[in-house]
Design a protein around this ligand. Structure first.
Ligand SMILES: [Zn+2]
Length: 431
């Protein structure tokens, strides 16, 4: 029996179903006057404030009208690119060469990698993101920097060494063998240590030889409980390049599948231009797709059809893809997802946006039983949103008729100022 150490009071938002597949009233639990009991790093109770016991000794924290919900889960990002976010111009391949690769080379210096990791987690937490799946650079020390920083903050975090053995600058290339060896050593060092998890990480097919993809596929087969993350079908030029590099492959997904890099624990970023075969194969396997809307507009990639993919039965999460994405904020990312879906005539409900940024991303990372929802037994990674964080938002939310009208202005116009508090593992995080 766990002891309640804290009672948080405020509005509470939980999901009991997927609002893409379930009527709203059956998918969401909302309390206007709610309470959450925390103890031993877990959520012990959630409900109406009057129904939650307040044992002697439990500290009560009253957030007033603050909205208490699960912390955001960012299912795809590149922490090493923190310093080059919002770099002007270019499409994907030029963008990698002009901005990304020179910056990633700087993370060869472990001190610089530690500085960037610290800066990334400071910014992520201030935006209410409590779990991240990141790419590191090719340098093993960049993975150490990320996990060391996450561990010191008690965060649930995932990452992997980015592997590239071709079509990258000399100082950012490994080999098939060293990618395998380094990834294996890092996995053994960090996977399942406290709240950390390792993800085998080939950057994408154009920067890995078939030998490297096979070596990483073999490593994944030896450690099937790890995630495998990579990119797929983000831009037309990229897809044409993959076709040239892998003339025997049926399609882009086949370049992964043929090398053992397709499975339920695969997490594919972007997935905008999938063929029929790719879509049916991904669904059959139960792999995760990650929508990165601010990146897709910023680098001019295209429109991921969230509603159609969900209706089709795909697993979909949401992510910032920083620094290709232009914001660390999952609120801004939800807004971008909404705007892109509008262009396809498929407006997403605020509940669906919130679900994608929490439950959806946690599902793609196979962490649904641990994070991404405010529910009994879940790890207590929570955020409290101020739904009136700026004058413009306040004047709109003031006339809201229900919770969704109150939340939507914060989704569309909110940023880190909306983060009133963050709890990590049942403890208040310093912002
Ligand atoms: Zn990416």
């Amino acid at each position: 029996m766990s002891t309640t150490t804290h009672i948080l009071l405020g509005q509470t938002l939980s999901f009991v179903g997927d609002p893409f597949l379930t009527p709203l009233e059956d998918a969401v639990r909302f309390e206007r006057s709610g309470a959450v009991a925390l103890g031993d790093g877990k959520v012990l109770a959630v409900g109406a404030a009057d129904d939650i016991a307040r044992p002697e000794g439990a500290k009560i924290v009253d957030y007033g009208d603050g909205l208490i919900m699960a912390g955001f889960v960012d299912a795809h990002l590149h922490y090493p690119q923190t310093g080059i976010i919002a770099s002007w111009g270019k499409r994907l391949i030029d963008w990698l060469n002009s901005y990304t690769f020179p910056e990633e080379a700087r993370l060869a210096d472990p001190d610089y990698a530690r500085e960037i990791a610290k800066r990334y987690f400071d910014i992520a937490l201030s935006n209410g993101t409590t779990t991240s799946l990141s790419y590191a650079t090719i340098h093993p020390s960049s993975v150490d920097a990320y996990f060391t920083e996450a561990q010191s903050r008690g965060l649930r975090a995932l990452a992997g060494k980015t592997c590239m053995d071709r079509n990258a600058p000399d100082n950012l290339r490994d080999t098939a063998q060293s990618a395998y060896d380094d990834s294996k050593a890092l996995l053994e060092k960090w996977h399942n240590v406290e709240r950390l998890g390792y993800a085998i990480t080939p950057r994408f097919s154009p920067t890995s030889t078939p030998e490297q993809l096979s070596a990483l596929g073999a490593l994944w087969a030896e450690h099937p409980d790890c995630l495998m993350q990579t990119h797929i079908s983000e831009q037309h030029e990229e897809i044409a390049w993959v076709h040239d590099l892998f003339p025997d492959a049926r399609d882009y997904l086949d370049t992964y599948e043929a090398h053992g890099l397709l499975g339920a624990r695969a997490v594919y970023g972007h997935a905008i231009y999938l063929t029929e075969r790719e879509q049916s194969r991904l669904k059959e396997v139960g792999a995760g797709l990650v929508h990165c809307p601010t990146s897709n507009t910023f680098i001019g990639s295209g429109i991921f059809e969230t509603a159609r993919m969900k209706a089709d039965g795909q697993r979909v999460g949401l992510a910032t893809d920083t620094g290709g994405g232009s914001s660390f904020s999952m609120l801004r990312t939800m807004a971008a997802a909404y705007e892109l879906s509008q262009l396809k005539g498929q407006p997403l409900h605020p509940a669906q946006l919130m679900w994608l940024a929490t439950c959806g991303s946690a599902d793609v990372l196979h962490l649904s039983d641990k994070v991404g929802n405010l529910a009994v037994g879940m790890e207590a990674d929570l955020i409290v949103l101020d739904l009136a964080s700026t004058p413009a938002i306040e004047q709109r939310s003031r006339r809201a008729g229900d919770i969704w009208e109150a939340v939507f202005p914060t989704i569309m116009m909110g940023d880190d100022r909306a983060t009133k508090a963050v709890w990590v593992g049942g403890k208040p995080a310093r912002l």
